[in-house]
Design a protein around this ligand. Sequence first.
Ligand code: UTP
Length: 410
Amino acid sequence: MGVQLSQAREKLEKYGQTHVLKYYEELSGIEQEALLAQIGNADMEMIDSCRHQEELLKRGVITPLAAMQLEEIETYRESFTATGLEAIRGGKVGAVLLAGGMGTRLGSDDPKGVYNVGITKKLYIFECLIGNLLDVVREADAWLHLFVMTSDKNHEATVSFLKEHGFFGYREEYVHFFQQKMALAVDYEGKIFLEEKGKMASSPNGNGGWFISLKEAGLLDLIHREGIQWLNAFAVDNVLQRIGDPCFVGAVIQKNCMAGAKVVRKVTPDEKVGAICLEDGKPSIVEYYDMTEELLEAKDEKGESAYNFGVILNYLFYVEELERIVSQSLPLHVVEKKIPYINEVGQLVKPEAPNGYKFENLILDMIHQVGSCLPFEVVREKEFAPIKNKTGIDSVESAQALLRRNGVEL
Ligand code: UTP
């Protein structure tokens, strides 16, 4: 049965959000029903979080967690790679592409993966990533299941683009889509924006909900059926990253860890990447803005910066461990963003500067929930070319330069 107007109004009154019904009488019957359903399903409790943000993200005691560094990796490369390839050939490794983000900083309305980074020819971000995964398929002579997370905002466009391009050579039966959840977007006073007269503004709820969404989409059954034990979750925007990297997989298996995180050596201690560490004795990631002077200056026994390794959003998780932690809640991050909205006179406004908050769970917080995590160093110039912006740092330009340096024709 649909949600009644009276029920919806009651809920909105409870949270001080009755303005959401401002245009209700102007809507068609179908639109009215859709709005009432959206109100019925929405989590409005989380909106309160923007009023007490500091309490939400209190940190425990931070201590160093040593990374496995390049030298050690080179010594054991053959052995790690053999272990990883064996796991891949046994069908035990899957990959999860986190592509539900809005990519607002890049400034395109399309999914980030359809962005063309080519210059003299077309080379799409999705094409780069699938190409990287295909390297492993060739090396192992085995296919890995690829799970692709999208959101309400980009699902259709992502699926049709990949289909149109024949999955860039990936076997379609190994590609599985699922959608993440959405969260409401509010102004600085905590009032829900309308993105249409009959629709509350919402945005993808962060990359931290990926395993819950994958499970709710019924894909865990496939994972069990296929005997997949490890999932390598990675971001859509790092065009150089190695996916299902046998050496990384093998190292995590040999070290008996529940998870692994690819990390790069920071350029400077205050570089804007999350640093891998222990928090209250458990693996964790401390965000650059939480780094105190003391942490920035701390040294390890070799005299090097103790929090010298930053994560690059490429994690390996043991599936059983993911199932253990799936019911634990993740901290909520309140993020300032530019949120398009319908103004007082019913017109759509696309703001130039941040105008409100979105609510997100982050995958990096999952690292604090797992029993153990191996930080695994990779060479930045070979594996880290994130595209966040059009120009400048972490941009299309910087990624193009790095792709070229790695012999990719643009
Ligand atoms: P970012 O943190 O860069 O966020 O995502 P974003 O939303 O894509 O970009 P901006 O901040 O609006 O410019 C890092 C990775 O996490 C995915 C992104 O697609 C990217 O691979 N992600 C992010 C999701 O899958 N879902 C989300 O809700 C947010």
